[in-house]
Write a protein that binds this ligand. Sequence first.
Ligand code: ZN
Length: 252
Amino acid sequence: MDTFIIIWLLLIGAIMGSFLGCMGYRIPNKIKTTYPSSFCSSCKKPLKWYMNIPIISYIIQDGKCVYCKEKIGFIYFLCEILGCIMFAMNYILFKFNIEFFISTILTCVLIVTIVSDFEFYYISDRVLVLATIALIISYYFLDRSQLLMRIISAIVLFGVMYGIKIFGNIIFKRESLGDGDIKLMGVIGLSLGFLNSFVSLFFASVTGLIFSLITIKKNKEGIIPFGPFLIIGALIVIYFSNIIDPFITNLF
Ligand SMILES: [Zn+2]
């Protein structure tokens, strides 16, 4: 039974990864979700179904468009791989309990945001609203006792981040934190609760810093989209909760 579910989640994850990566491109470019059907972003030619099979098409076509031979962004392939692996991994770690739903919802937000924030410096409100609704429904059915505290955490985190932004803007005399990042922290507050969200900020900063050091030569503008790292930080807290939770309890 487990093997069947895992294979099913590998497939669904790859399909969702492909769909969400595509949304990460379409939403900032104001292209509708359903129309037109998939097309090459360079030559705009519509893709046949067999050019659009998650993971497999990219490998067979050697990462290039069949028509114009222009490279397909590796980021889209990464989205498919992430969806495939993480959907299945979330199940292996948590079975179908609340942590599975939280980590899978965050995985979906991560995949859209990787494309939209890295390529277009954009975090979609629509995606965050959908994630918020999905999280509230998950808590309502699986862990209702937590729901109220998590909503309060989300509001407090949003407020704290907003305060940091205003403070940062005054000190640095420029936009210090994106509005998308602040709203995203609200979603993370809803996912993790108050204390763990602050722990996730630590991991977000560390992973973001490592990434900026690795890409320092390529990234001349010095702008690092922080959204994906906020979600990666949150996922680290969920995946390593058995190590982090006792550590935090000892600390306070
Ligand atoms: Zn093309």
